[in-house]
Design a protein around this ligand. Structure first.
Ligand SMILES: *[C@@H]1O[C@H](CO)[C@@H](O)[C@H](O)[C@H]1NC(C)=O
Ligand SMILES: *[C@@H]1O[C@H](CO)[C@@H](O)[C@H](O)[C@H]1NC(C)=O
Ligand SMILES: *[C@@H]1O[C@H](CO)[C@@H](O)[C@H](O)[C@H]1NC(C)=O
Ligand SMILES: *[C@@H]1O[C@H](CO)[C@@H](O)[C@H](O)[C@H]1NC(C)=O
Ligand SMILES: *[C@@H]1O[C@H](CO)[C@@H](O)[C@H](O)[C@H]1NC(C)=O
Ligand SMILES: *[C@@H]1O[C@H](CO)[C@@H](O)[C@H](O)[C@H]1NC(C)=O
Length: 742
């Protein structure tokens, strides 16, 4: 009784005191914050020292050790700074006259990973590189990522000229590693863990080298992967210069570091910035470092290509949705590393694996699908007596794809059929497995399981056919690719465009595969991370062809010329097998040849975005934090526009009332004297009128405006309807999808 009482009291005491201590600890715990300050007219963007002194003075009003707390001072991308602060200190700082907003920066951005040049028709005598003699020469692409592998064959600079005079950056590698290809390399890692702060910009992940090679990698011929001939790997702009900014370690990229990286990349003189990273959840633009940094970039004429995210296929999972960014979805390519399954009943299913043993004899072996926890082939769940000498069916999920194979091998199995979950649908991967494997779709997996259940003597084998360029339905939108619209601005259709993002082959740091007894310098990776640098490279090609085009004009050129049909001429589909909608693929699959010569563009200047920001109801102080260093505005005095009226190359129509009119303006970048006719696809229950229905341009760079009037015909209509508007001339077809929300 006595003991009970004592322990009860102690327990109670601890509950109160410990709780209070914990709470205080939490309040005093210091987290990374980005502090946005008022963007007063007198902020000098050229005087870094003065800005840092101002920021330190502000910081020292709440913290004695301002010097050690300050991570970065920003005076170009925004007026503000990043620092380690407690919640109490942030609260105290709110009283400072310069304070606008504190952005918590404790949730890192993630890298978005999970044969493309031939597929995009850049190569060959009729390909873009030959036809236009444009391989991105003189254009500088900045890649914010995990760094790069110095000395990689994809960064060979044979035949490359020195960087253009405007280049102000530097390369933190030694002389032999830095060359006319790899002209810049810097690390910004101050916001992360102490032991990571001083890492050089050397890639220890794969991601940074892979994305950089995909954008601007020099051509590397005759790539051999485990004995399979892969052909050539090359970036989409193989003669563009590369500057890498390391802002990520492992999978994590801290937002104060990303923010500084964007500021540096713009100031160093990059023409294009490639960002294959994102964060889940919707942030308003003034809380989102990529949106804030991206605005500074476009203000300086720098194109920003970003990843849509890998959180698909559910709606409104999109990241990087600001209308001044290019948002890239991921599609499949036609390359397939074929490893098929042949069943005892004669049925054959196409699958993939990169491990294709030469000595495989294709004898039929018993095949099993174990129930319960063993169905996923997690370590410790397989009974050797049930799998020895057999092919084992393993469902995806819980543990890694390659690990499942190891588990099967360790338990004595002879092979594995790796089956997608429903949400993975038909997206398969060519992985470095350790035993014979075929990775098959969800639908095919079900048929294989049906067969196993139907007979006592089920058997199967694998048929290895190596590299094939006939994958069905290519390109199709990957299941993982995040879907729009954004909840922040639903009347801007996002993503904008799709590019190759499934099993993309590109350079990686040299890796030894112990199980294969070989070292590789190229690898297949998947994700919107891989799609994004394809578009960054293509933006570099357009920039080379049209140096005076704005970032919005470059984006418009890509979007209005994108393909909506696949290689077989059928509509591009998504993982469900049905045609992909605008919230999966935006305007469609990028077509670089056509994007060079779009005929018309939907152009946007920074002030159009300012009118838009005022139009979505942001407060003056938030608008001004975003648009800095553009002069501050008062929203009451600008022509605020509602989001659907932003001159975007895709058109969303909110049809709450029976009739809605949308305005757009096109600029003639084709030829003088061209005449365009409006051709429309109109959904049932709706009418669309375009006025004027014909646009004739006397001169180049002439602008003409038109009105699109959408009316309900009084019959019931679905909530979302799809149509399109094409301006068609003798030479060009300028397409905008229309999404109508009733
Ligand atoms: C420079 O870097 C290259 C590539 O990483 C390396 O092979 C070489 O040894 C380095 N040279 C010096 C002097 O550090
Ligand atoms: C995606 O949507 C489906 C169906 O609406 C839902 O069951 C599922 O939980 C969603 N997934 C996520 C990750 O939100
Ligand atoms: C095939 O070769 C691999 C390694 O080269 C070996 O481990 C395996 O036992 C061989 N299989 C057969 C059936 O000979
Ligand atoms: C499975 O677990 C055993 C025992 O812990 C371990 O030795 C083995 O490496 C594990 N296998 C895999 C593929 O993780
Ligand atoms: C690994 O490869 C090397 C060179 O190709 C060869 O000499 C060696 O025998 C191989 N080792 C094994 C374990 O297969
Ligand atoms: C707003 O639009 C009107 C009409 O186009 C124009 O005359 C006026 O100058 C604009 N105001 C601002 C602040 O841009």
């Amino acid at each position: 009784m006595n003991t009970y009482k004592t322990s009860f009291i102690i327990f109670l005491f601890c509950t109160l005191v410990c709780y209070t201590i914990a709470k205080n600890d939490q309040k005093n715990a210091k987290k990374n914050y980005i502090i946005l300050n008022h963007a007063a007219d007198d902020v000098d963007t050229s005087d870094d020292e003065k800005a840092t002194a101002t920021h330190k003075a502000m910081l020292s009003t709440v913290a004695k050790d301002a010097d050690s707390r300050l991570l970065y001072s920003y005076n170009k991308v925004v007026n503000g700074f990043a620092a380690k602060l407690s919640d109490d200190e942030v609260q105290a700082m709110e009283k400072h006259p310069l304070f606008v907003r504190a952005i918590p920066a404790d949730k890192p951005y993630q890298l978005l990973t999970t044969h493309s040049p031939d597929f995009l028709q850049l190569r060959g005598s009729s390909g873009l590189w030959q036809r236009t003699k444009n391989m991105g020469e003189g254009v500088i692409v900045g890649v914010l990522d995990t760094g790069a592998t110095p000395g990689h064959p994809s960064f060979d600079d044979t035949g490359m000229p020195p960087p253009p005079k405007k280049w102000k950056g530097h390369c933190d590698f030694n002389k032999t590693a830095c060359n006319n290809k790899l002209i810049g390399a810097k690390s910004f890692l101050k916001a992360g863990a102490e032991e990571l702060k001083h890492l050089p910009p050397i890639d220890n992940n794969e991601h940074g080298t892979h994305t950089a090679c995909t954008a601007v990698g020099a051509p590397v011929k005759n790539i051999d992967m485990l004995g399979l001939a892969m052909g050539e790997a090359s970036g989409t702009a193989p003669r563009a210069h590369l500057a890498v900014y390391r802002v990520c370690t492992g999978q994590a990229c801290e937002s104060p570091d990303i923010f500084k990286g964007i500021e540096e990349a713009v100031n160093d003189g990059c023409d294009v910035i490639s960002l294959s990273l994102g964060i889940d959840g919707a942030l308003p633009f003034y809380m989102d470092p990529v949106a804030l940094g991206g605005f500074y970039a476009i203000l300086k004429g720098v194109f920003v290509s970003t990843a849509a995210g890998n959180s698909g296929p559910n709606a409104t999972t999109i990241s990087n949705y600001a209308p001044w960014l290019l948002t890239v979805a991921a599609s499949t390519t036609d390359r397939h590393i074929s490893s098929s399954v042949k069943l005892g009943n004669g049925l054959v299913f196409n699958g993939e694996s990169l491990y294709q043993p030469k000595n495989w004899t294709s004898t039929m072996l018993p095949v099993v699908y174990l129930l319960g926890s063993a169905s996923k082939c997690v370590n410790g769940t397989l009974d050797s007596n049930q799998v020895r000498g057999k092919i084992v069916v393993c469902d995806r999920g819980v543990n890694g794809r390659v690990e499942k194979g190891k588990v099967v091998l360790e338990a004595g199995g002879s092979g594995m059929i790796l089956v997608n979950q429903q949400e993975d649908a038909s997206s398969t991967n060519a992985d470095f497995h350790v035993l014979p494997v075929s990775h098959v779709s969800y639908a095919d997996g079900n048929k294989i399981k049906d067969y196993i259940r139907s007979t006592k003597q089920s058997t199967a084998t694998f048929l290895f056919k190596g590299v094939e360029f006939n994958a069905p339905n290519a390109p199709s939108i990957a299941a993982f690719s995040s879907r729009g619209p954004s909840v922040v601005s639903p009347m801007i259709i996002k993503p904008d465009i799709a590019g190759p993002g499934v099993s993309v082959l590109a350079g990686v740091p040299p890796m030894t595969l112990p199980t294969q007894n070989t070292t590789i310098q190229f690898n297949f990776l998947s994700g919107t991370s891989m799609a994004t640098p394809h578009l960054s490279g293509i933006a570099a090609l357009i920039k080379k062809e049209h140096p005076d085009w704005s970032p919005a004009a470059i984006r418009s050129a890509m979007m209005t010329t994108a393909d909506t049909t696949n290689m077989e001429g059928k509509p591009i589909i998504d993982q469900s097998g049905l045609p992909a909608d605008v919230f999966a693929m935006g305007n469609g699959q990028v077509n670089p040849n056509k994007a060079m010569d779009p005929g018309l563009v939907y152009d946007l200047a920074p002030e159009d975005y300012i009118n838009y920001l005022c139009g979505i109801g942001y407060k003056d102080k938030d608008v001004n934090a975003i648009i800095f260093p553009a002069p501050p505005v008062e929203c009451a005095k600008v022509n605020a526009t509602s989001e659907e009226q932003l001159n975007y190359p895709s058109i969303a129509v909110p049809l709450q009332s029976p009739i809605k009119t949308i305005l757009r303006t096109v600029t003639n970048v084709g030829e003088a004297g061209a005449s365009y006719k409006a051709v429309m696809t109109v959904p049932k229950g709706i009418s669309i009128e375009v006025v004027p229905p014909t646009l004739t341009f006397k001169s180049l760079n002439e602008k003409q405006s038109f009105k699109i009037t959408v009316k309900r015909l009084g019959v019931p209509v679905p909530k979302i309807m799809a149509g399109e508007l094409k301006w068609v001339s003798a030479k060009h077809s300028v397409r905008s999808p229309i999404a109508i929300r009733a």
